[in-house]
Design a protein around this ligand. Structure first.
Ligand code: SAM
Length: 345
């Protein structure tokens, strides 16, 4: 199936059914596709006839596009192919059917949306794209989390990648009927335990993922650091760079924006123009889809940070003021010494 979107194509994979592949190089933060659902229905189980009726009610080519989608359920489990397709593909979202027109219908009942193109993206525990809901329009936006070179498979994640390997495996087998063979997983071909080297690799990955999941609760954040001059100037930057390295190793770029943005802010408070420009531009690039107000704010600041940011070089200035005070005290103390000595002499 060919897509008119030049950024990706849908192709057969060797062992995952169809998949989504980059048709050209895609930059971090770049839009891959915005898509409307083929169908959207309340979460839950319905009689077979209801699923069949839903499929029959769809106009062509939406109906045949829906029926061509992946279905990991057997006919014994789901006699209606529409039901199997919904269970294999539906992306959950919470909507309020009584919401006021023009307001996002957030809060209320869980629904599942099926998206004929976005749902072709297979799973990885280190996904290179993420999704964002527009609950008012019911569209899903897929965007790149890191650079994706032409020909690479586009993977999203079907679960919280911070979960340990064993829980990820159980979830994927139960709900999607496959064993993940991404670089962060280890597959057991039979009931035998994992090989010692696979166990060790998975243990390292689990530990890193758990550390990243806890990071924001256990490490110093920009805001606290910004007001606390007793802390070293580079403490947040150093720790955030460590987090970004763990993120890179685990392919968990879905977590990176907070760290990148806070590093940019640290450099702003330190009055470092070059580093602020570097990290600020990265923040703009990564936030354009995920958090447009943040991207807009940084774009504005980047024009002339020294003039446009209230907090520009604040920490640097505080350090200069306290150094001056210290110097003055030292001078006063020193100038007192001759008198003291003189008096004693
Ligand atoms: C939402 S569909 C993804 C698209 C699907 N491959 C297709 O042909 O339409 C989910 C199904 O794709 C397959 N799949 C997704 N990710 C996979 C992976 N990493 N390894 C093996 N199979 C995968 C499984 O059969 C799963 O039930």
């Amino acid at each position: 199936m060919a897509s008119r979107n030049p950024c990706f194509r849908i192709e057969q994979t060797p062992h995952k059914g169809m998949g989504m592949f980059a048709a050209r190089d895609i930059s971090p933060g770049e839009l891959v596709i915005v898509e409307h659902p083929a169908i959207i229905l309340p979460a839950g189980d319905f009689p077979t006839e209801a699923y069949n009726a839903l499929g029959d009610a769809l106009p062509e080519p939406r109906r045949s596009n829906l029926l061509a989608m992946g279905n990991c359920r057997s006919l014994a489990e789901c006699p209606s192919p529409v039901e199997g397709i919904v269970h294999t593909n539906a992306m959950m979202l919470e909507l309020n059917p009584n919401a006021v027109l023009g307001e996002p219908p957030i809060g209320g009942i869980l629904y599942g949306g099926v998206y004929p193109l976005i749902n072709r993206a297979n799973h990885s525990c280190g996904p290179n794209v993420a999704i964002k809901w527009d609950r008012a329009a019911l569209t899903l936006t897929l965007y790149a989390l890191r650079a994706i070179s032409a020909g690479t498979e586009i993977h999203k994640t079907y679960l919280d990648p911070a979960l340990p390997h064993a829980e990820r495996t159980t979830h994927l087998l139960k709900n999607y009927r496959f064993a993940c063979d991404c670089p962060w997983c280890a597959i057991r071909t039979d009931d035998a335990p994992l090989a010692p080297e696979d166990l060790a690799r998975v243990a390292v990955s689990d530990a890193r993922r758990a550390a990243l999941g806890r990071w924001i609760f256990t490490h110093l954040r920009f805001k606290k650091w910004s007001r606390d001059l007793a802390r070293a100037d580079d403490v947040v930057i150093t720790e955030h760079l460590e987090a970004l390295e763990l993120i890179r190793l685990e392919g968990m770029e879905g977590l990176q924006n907070l760290f990148v943005e806070e590093i940019a802010m640290c450099y702003a408070l330190l009055g470092d123009l070059d580093e602020f420009a570097r990290w600020g531009k990265m923040t703009v690039q990564l936030s354009r889809i995920e958090d447009p107000p943040v991207a807009a704010q940084f774009e504005e600041w980047l024009v002339d940070p020294a003039k446009r940011m209230k907090q520009w070089a604040w920490r640097k200035k505080q350090r200069q003021i306290s150094a001056k005070r210290r110097n003055n005290n030292v001078e006063e103390t020193l100038s007192d010494f001759p008198l003291l000595f003189g008096a004693e002499d």
